[in-house]
Design a binder for this molecule. Structure first.
Ligand SMILES: N[C@@H](CCC(=O)N[C@@H](CS)C(=O)NCC(=O)O)C(=O)O
Length: 327
C-alpha cells in the first residue's frame, strides 16, 4: 500500500510523440517547435543537455522561463515586456490552454510547443529526450553522439529506472515527504543507490558502455543540483556530492564536457527551489553557498579511458543568446 505521506509525481498530461517523417505522430520539422524550459528544473535540463549534444539549437528553438513561478506558474518575465518573443505569450499555461481550453491541471516544464498553432505538443519529460535522440536524427549536427544506442538500450533503461526511482525522483520524495517514515525511506533508498552507482563508476568512466549516454545525462542533472539544493533544502544530507570522490569526479567530468556545464545556471537553480517551495522554506531566503569553483577542478577521469562522444565530436559553444554566465 502506498504511504499517503509519500510524494507522488503526477503523470504528464500531453504526450504526443514526434516521429521522423510524421509517420504516426507529429512530423519532425526544423524551426516549427519551441522547447520551453526552466534552467532550474532537472527534467527540463535533460532536454537542454541533449539538445546541445545533438546540435539541435537551430532546429528546435528555446524559451527560458523565469526560475520563480507565481500562482499562474511558469512565466516569461526574463523576456522584453514579459512575453516570449516567438510564441507571443506571457505564461506557459497559455500554450496548454491553446491545446485544451478547459485544462486546469499543472503546468510543467519541459514542454514543446507547436509555434504555428501555439499549442503544447508534449510535456512528457521521460520521452522528449529519447525522441530527440531517435526521431530527430535527420536534424542532428555532424558528429552528434548516439545517446541511446540500440544495442545498449536494455541496460540504459534498467540503469535509468533505478536512478529515476531512487535518485532523480528520490530527492523529491525526501524533500516533499509529509512524514518522518516517508522521508527516512526516501533518504535510505537515495543513498543506497548513490553508493551502488559510485561503486559502479569507480571502475568505468560512464554508466553504460564507454561513451556518454542518456543515462549519464539523467544522473548528471540531479548530481549538479545536489550540494546547491538537495543537500540542504531537501534534507539529503548524509553527505555532500563533494564528499564522494568518485561521484564528484564523475559529475565534474560531465560538467566540463561541452553541452553539460554550459547549460547550468546555479542562480536559477537556487532561486527556484528556495523561493518557490515556501512550505519547506517559509522565509524564502536563498543561501549564499556553496562555493561553486570546485566544478572547474581537474577530475582525472580520462585515466579510466572512455570515448565521451564515441565516433562523434564535442558540440561547438552555445549560440551567443543562449550563453549562461560562467562560474
Ligand atoms: N511533467 C512532469 C515532470 C516535470 C516537472 O515536474 N517539472 C517541474 C519543474 S522541476 C514543474 O514544472 N512543475 C510544475 C510547477 O512547478 O508548477 C510533472 O508534471 O511532474
Amino acid at each position: 500500500m502506498r504511504d499517503s505521506a509519500e510524494f507522488t509525481r503526477s503523470e504528464s498530461r500531453f504526450t504526443d510523440r514526434f516521429t521522423a517523417g510524421g509517420r504516426d505522430g507529429r512530423p519532425v520539422e526544423a524551426g516549427r517547435y519551441r522547447l520551453v524550459v526552466s534552467r532550474a528544473c532537472p527534467w527540463a535540463s535533460r532536454a537542454l543537455v541533449v539538445r546541445r549534444l545533438l546540435g539541435l539549437e537551430e532546429a528546435l528553438s528555446l524559451a527560458v522561463a523565469d526560475p520563480v513561478q507565481d500562482e499562474r506558474s511558469w512565466r516569461f518575465t526574463l523576456d522584453p515586456d514579459g512575453r516570449d518573443p516567438v510564441l507571443g505569450i506571457r505564461f506557459l499555461s497559455e500554450a496548454y490552454r491553446a491545446r485544451d481550453a478547459g485544462y486546469d491541471g499543472g503546468v510543467s516544464v519541459p514542454a514543446i510547443v507547436d509555434v504555428p498553432s501555439g499549442q503544447v505538443v508534449t510535456n512528457d519529460y521521460q520521452r522528449i529526450t529519447l525522441d530527440l535522440s531517435t526521431e530527430w536524427r535527420a536534424m542532428h549536427r555532424e558528429g552528434a553522439p548516439d545517446l541511446y544506442p540500440e544495442k545498449l538500450r536494455d541496460e540504459i533503461d534498467e540503469r535509468m529506472e533505478g536512478i529515476y526511482q531512487d535518485v532523480n525522483n528520490g530527492v523529491y520524495k525526501a524533500g516533499f515527504a509529509k512524514s518522518q517514515e516517508a522521508y527516512d525511506a526516501a533518504y535510505s533508498r537515495l543513498f543506497a543507490r548513490l553508493d551502488q552507482v559510485s561503486e559502479h563508476l569507480a571502475g568505468q568512466r560512464y554508466l553504460v558502455g564507454d561513451t556518454i549516454t542518456e543515462a549519464d545525462v539523467r544522473l548528471f542533472t540531479t548530481l549538479v543540483r545536489f550540494d546547491a539544493v538537495y543537500h540542504g533544502h531537501f534534507k539529503c544530507n548524509r553527505n555532500k556530492l563533494g564528499e564522494d570522490p568518485v561521484l564528484w569526479a564523475y559529475a565534474r567530468d560531465l560538467f566540463q564536457t561541452p553541452g553539460f556545464g554550459d547549460t547550468v545556471d546555479f542562480d536559477h537553480i537556487k532561486r527556484h527551489y528556495y523561493v518557490v517551495h515556501e512550505d519547506i522554506n517559509p522565509t524564502r531566503i536563498v543561501p549564499r553557498g556553496p562555493d561553486l569553483r570546485g566544478w572547474r577542478a581537474p577530475h582525472h577521469r580520462e585515466e579510466l579511458g572512455g570515448r565521451p562522444f564515441g565516433d562523434g565530436t564535442p558540440p561547438p559553444p552555445p549560440p551567443p543568446h543562449e550563453v549562461v554566465q560562467p562560474l
